[in-house]
Design a protein around this ligand. Structure first.
Ligand code: 2RA
Length: 330
């Protein structure tokens, strides 16, 4: 199957190619695609060099699927052109996520909604994906009323320039280009994406709105504080969940142990809990610090970590593509 990776020279684009390779996705021809200034560059896939092509050449090559990670405005403009040419787009940007005519998919939860007519499929925000894979099985069992989440997000979520800023600051380079309005090394920024009129950031509202859409339940209340920290391995989240019904802690652990894509790491006595350092490069979502919120009934605290470039972006997108192939939807 011909697969295009749009935004092939970016951090997520590179990760998509790695994941396609690792998961042995049936790629017969890889088409790396990027904007004008990257056309002609080389990328490596399965030990072979591929030349980056333009959007026009990619559409003309007619891949079955194009996985986009090229930003919202590129996606708004180009995804419909790919779709019109019969190419199914899996899009990593926020451009289509809340469009009621587009599906927002985490395969473990709602890939079953996909049909052949879905030509533009939205991949959710990284911090939302890792939270909902843990919330969904618990919602089914105990019904979630409200979620309070605080995130600790990796600079890789911003992109390569942010990783460069972190390491430049660490090396003492004061002239290095800045992506953030403040230093990020030895600092914490309660600010991810732009601020909105309601005082929340766009990232925080993504967590609220996307969770309801993916889990198909508008009654789930979600309030978020999203924070950037100087780490690279993945995003971490402290999550407080209030259920409508009573729960049993052992049963919660058993449910999460059986949940596809989730790994329970919860042995505090032996200092075992999820961390960005250990989640880095992995496809799973890790959960630990599972404990009762003793301040009110039917409420649970836990800690979730995943590599935001993997399950939060590339892996989830490739899993959507795998589902399309396995169910003959492309
Ligand atoms: C971030 N959620 O970490 C974004 C990336 N999509 O900034």
């Amino acid at each position: 199957m011909k697969i295009a990776v749009v935004g092939a020279t970016g951090l997520v684009g590179g990760e998509i190619m790695k994941v396609l390779e690792e998961r042995n996705f049936p790629v017969t021809e890889l088409i790396p695609v990027a904007s004008e200034r990257s056309v002609g560059k080389q990328v490596t896939f399965k030990g072979k060099q591929y030349t980056v092509v333009s959007y026009e050449d990619a559409i003309a090559a007619k891949p079955a699927i194009a996985i986009f990670s090229a930003g919202g405005s590129t996606s708004l403009k180009l995804a419909p052109q790919f779709a019109e040419a019969g190419i199914t787009v899996v899009d990593n940007s926020s451009a289509w996520r809340m469009d009621p005519t587009k599906k927002l998919v985490v395969p473990e939860i709602n890939a079953g909604e996909l049909t052949k007519d879905d030509k533009i499929i939205a991949n959710p925000n990284c911090s939302t994906i890792q939270m909902v894979v843990v919330l969904n099985p618990l919602h089914k069992k105990y019904k979630i009323r409200r979620v309070v989440v605080s995130t600790y997000q990796s600079v890789t979520g911003t992109g390569k320039a942010a990783v460069d800023q972190l390491f430049a600051e660490r090396a003492g380079d004061k002239e290095a280009p800045k992506v953030y309005p403040h230093p990020i090394d030895l600092n914490v920024l309660p600010h991810i994406d732009v601020f909105l009129d309601n005082g929340y950031t766009k990232e925080e509202m993504k967590m609220t709105n996307e969770t309801k859409k993916i889990m198909g339940d508008d009654s789930i209340a979600v309030t978020a504080t999203t924070v950037r920290i100087p780490t690279i391995g993945g995003h971490s989240e402290a999550v407080n969940i209030e259920f409508e019904n009573e729960y049993d802690l052992d049963e919660v652990r058993a449910i999460l142990n059986e949940t596809e894509g989730v790994v329970v790491q919860d042995d505090p006595k032996n200092f075992l809990y999820p961390m960005p350092l250990t989640a880095h490069g992995k496809d799973e979502t890790f959960v630990g610090r599972i404990r009762r919120d003793e301040s009110q009934p039917n409420t649970l605290n836990l800690w979730i970590v995943a590599d935001n470039l993997r399950k939060g972006a590339a892996t989830n997108a490739v899993q959507i593509a795998e589902y399309l192939v396995q169910h003959a939807l492309v």
